[in-house]
Design a protein around this ligand. Structure first.
Ligand SMILES: NC(=O)c1ccc[n+]([C@@H]2O[C@H](COP(=O)([O-])OP(=O)(O)OC[C@H]3O[C@@H](n4cnc5c(N)ncnc54)[C@H](O)[C@@H]3O)[C@@H](O)[C@H]2O)c1
Length: 377
């Protein structure tokens, strides 16, 4: 079985789907690993490191030639799908609902595609959960991005010149990324408060030494470990109640994403205008439309002396470890669909079936099938 690792082509993407250490494990499992020359360069994995682990390094055409499996971080473009051979299997983040032209390309190529963002969140699949591993990176970087922009210390300092109070950090959304942002801000010495719509979040927040903000709103649960979309009425009440918390914070970090949907609006411009001069808002959901009204993905917006930082593709900002964790997730997923060096996915396995979007040229993901049907004349 041949596995291809192309260079990521989305602008600003620095990750690579397979790192040399994992390439070595794959080779050890009887898989032929072909890496596009330079694929790991932006994540600081030179071609030589792959060669040392028994992978081959070549140009894209040779890498794709005869490949049974193509492994990527981001979804391929329709053109990149066309370059793969017929019947190829793809493993990547695909977010099929927003990538219908790519899905159509996969159908035309009679491909099979597994989208890691659809992986069922059951205990057995935790080691393959790439959304969680990348969210860990994003949360860590969100706290650092805030600390760097804040014109104040995060920790309390008692010096001969006087005492400096700790920064007040508010984290909205305490999922995997939010909890990591809380842990990182706490390690830097900030005073942290956090809020999430899920009932379980309170205990998780408190276990990290942060205070949970009680808004008196009903809790909201998603399904399968994924967050649920809230009603506009709920979000309006939430914004009204969280306003004083936002105004009293030096830093607000928002991490509330709802997979496959536009991110909910948590912080309006009027709320930012109540924050003190020099305060910082970091919006980790910038790529999904943003939790903050003023957000511009990839930019720092100054408004009334407040900096609003819209994080674009956050995990790409820590490419070495983000790639390392992603590659491990991919390897663990491959161990489900490869047996004795051959591709043998068991579609009766709920993990395999749950993240399969296209199987041998047929759409098997219900939501994607419906979206495609709605698009057809
Ligand atoms: N069992 C597993 O294998 C597994 C794996 C990963 C995650 N999970 C669970 O799923 C949870 C969420 O995962 P995630 O981090 O991928 O979530 P996510 O990235 O989809 O969302 C981030 C967080 O934002 C919250 N949120 C959404 N709308 C909000 C709003 N209006 N106001 C405040 N918060 C809002 C969500 O509840 C979630 O906690 C985790 O905390 C965990 O409990 C389970």
């Amino acid at each position: 079985m041949k596995l291809a690792v192309p260079t990521e082509t989305r602008p600003g993407e620095r990750r690579v789907a397979v790192v040399p250490e994992v390439a070595g494990r794959m080779v050890g499992a009887g898989i032929e690993v072909a890496v596009q020359s330079g694929a790991g360069a932006a994540a600081h994995f030179p071609d030589g490191a792959y060669l040392d682990k028994g992978a081959t390094v070549a140009d894209l055409t040779s890498v794709l030639e005869g490949a049974d499996v193509v492994v990527r971080v981001q979804a391929p473009t329709p053109e990149e799908v066309r370059r793969c051979g017929e019947g190829t299997t793809l493993v990547s983040f695909l977010q099929p609902a927003s990538q219908l032209p790519v899905v159509r390309g996969l159908l035309a190529q009679k491909a099979t595609a597994f989208s890691l963002d659809l992986l069922p969140r059951i205990s057995r699949a935790q080691s393959m959960d790439a959304l969680s591993s990348q969210a860990t990176v994003s949360g860590y970087l969100a706290a650092l991005a805030a600390a760097q922009r804040l014109p104040k210390f995060f920790p309390m300092f008692m010096t001969a010149a006087g005492t400096v109070p700790p920064a007040k950090v508010l984290v909205l959304g305490a999922g995997v990324a939010g909890l990591q942002a809380i842990a990182t801000a706490r390690r830097l010495g900030a005073q942290v408060r956090a809020y999430d719509v899920r009932a379980a979040a309170k205990e998780e927040v408190q276990s990290l030494g942060a205070a949970f903000v009680e808004l008196g709103l009903e809790t909201q649960e998603g399904s399968g470990g994924y967050a649920r979309e809230q009603s506009q009425e709920f979000l309006a009440r939430q914004r009204e109640l969280i306003g004083n918390e936002v105004a009293a914070s030096d830093v607000v970090i928002t991490t509330a994403a709802v997979p496959g949907r536009k991110a909910p609006l948590l912080v309006t411009t009027a709320m930012v205008e109540r924050m003190a001069e020099g305060s910082v808002v970091v919006d980790m959901a910038a790529d999904g439309g943003g939790n903050v009204e003023l957000t511009e993905p990839g930019a720092d917006v100054e408004h009334n002396g407040v900096t609003v930082h819209g994080m674009a593709n956050p995990p790409s900002g820590l490419p070495t470890h983000a790639s390392f964790l992603y590659a491990r997730n991919v390897f663990n997923f491959l161990s489900l669909i490869v047996a004795e060096g051959e591709l043998r996915p068991d579609f009766d396995d709920e993990v395999v079936a749950g993240c399969c979007v296209v199987r041998a040229g047929e759409v098997v993901h219900a939501e994607t099938a419906q979206l495609l049907a709605e698009e057809s004349p």
